[in-house]
Design a protein around this ligand. Structure first.
Ligand code: ATP
Ligand code: HSE
Length: 321
């Protein structure tokens, strides 16, 4: 069955890795992507807000390609789509924009066809397209997720996260494609670095889920990707080394970067001090960045069924175009 009236979905951004949990740990964040989708005579993608400039408005748009992939998967004839997109998530900054778009497209296409696929099947498809399950799992399920992928099926478990935690994100005003940030990584690792990461990542999952936040400084250390990617983000090394002295519980490169993200107690003075420290440090290295508190998001992808399915209800007037 095709919902001729169309559907509207909302999907959160995410931060991947949290330091040592490379391609494994993900946390949904309170910045969102909205996708409205309905059958049309001709495919057209209308985009709103400042973050989507330059993306294709035809069948080449990632959201249309992924929606059509789901149609093929369930044996549905490919039809043109009218897609409206509004995003609060900056692209290619390490906040999972591509996974959000992929999860959103799958979620919307599935809703349009009255949900032939389970959430697990959407997770498998999203991970097969994105190639790592950390961002995809967080965007789909929300909250903190531990995820794995065997090349076909994705596995994910949500962990509880204390309400007392929030994050400070420093989002540089330059783009860094995940592809480039992965190409810089070694293809082989020394055994002691592997042990270092497995131990930190395991410690991190338990420390977060049991509220042992005093361990986060150690548990968020990484030797697998951040030391290599630091050359792409001036000032990152220093932020990661000293954030704890400036109020953070721990800090990491967000996803493939260039955003740096720190976990911090929900304490106004600590948050303000950390924002100041991260802004000043990046500025000293010539990096302009937007630095702000960014709350974790417990809710994953949702179909805004029953609400007015009008994307314009969700777009701030200043962002409409
Ligand atoms: N809303 C969207 N609509 C269409 N395409 C999108 C959308 N969001 C992201 N993309 C595509 O994904 C690309 C960004 O993916 P990339 O993996 O490089 O960065 P990211 O997902 O923002 O960061 P990270 O994976 O490190 O968290 C964009 O250049 C664009 O091609
Ligand atoms: N785990 C991925 C996240 C980026 O999408 C990486 O660090 O390359």
């Amino acid at each position: 069955m095709m919902r001729e009236e169309g559907v509207l979905v909302r999907v959160p951004a995410s931060t991947a890795n949290l330091g040592p949990g490379f391609d494994t740990l993900g946390l949904a964040l309170s910045l969102h992507l909205w996708i409205g989708m309905k059958p049309a005579e001709k495919t057209i993608v209308r985009m709103y807000g400042n973050h989507l400039e330059g993306l294709p408005s035809n069948e080449d748009n990632l959201i249309v390609k992924v929606a059509h992939r789901l149609f093929r998967e369930v044996g549905q004839t490919i039809i043109p789509l009218e897609v409206e997109v509004y995003s609060e998530i900056p692209l290619t900054r390490g906040l999972g924009s591509s996974a959000t778009a992929i999860v959103g497209a799958l979620f919307a296409a599935n809703a349009l066809l009255d949900e032939p696929l389970s959430k697990q099947a959407l997770f498998d498809m999203a991970t097969n397209i994105e190639k790592h399950p950390d961002n995809a799992g967080a965007s789909l399920y929300g909250g903190l997720i531990v995820a794995a992928w065997d090349g076909k099926q994705a596995y994910g478990l949500n962990l509880a996260l204390s309400d007392s935690l929030t994050t400070v994100a420093a989002v540089p005003r330059f783009h860094l494609e995940t592809k480039k940030a992965r190409s810089i990584l070694p293809s082989q690792y020394d055994m002691k670095d592997v042990v270092f990461n497995v131990s930190r990542s395991s410690l991190l999952a338990v420390a977060l889920s049991t509220g042992q936040h005093d361990l986060l400084g150690v548990a968020m250390q990484d030797r697998m990707h951040q030391p290599y990617r630091a050359s792409l983000v001036p000032g990152l090394d220093e932020v990661l080394k000293h954030a704890v002295r400036h109020g953070a519980l721990g800090a990491a490169l967000s996803g493939a970067g260039p955003t740096a993200i720190a976990l911090v107690e929900r304490d106004e003075a600590k948050i303000a001090g950390l924002i100041q420290y991260m802004s000043d440090t990046l500025a000293q290295h010539g990096v302009e960045a937007d630095v702000f508190q960014l709350d974790p998001c417990t809710e994953g992808a949702v179909w805004l069924e029953g609400q007015a399915s009008n994307i314009h209800d969700h777009i701030p007037v200043s962002s409409s175009s």
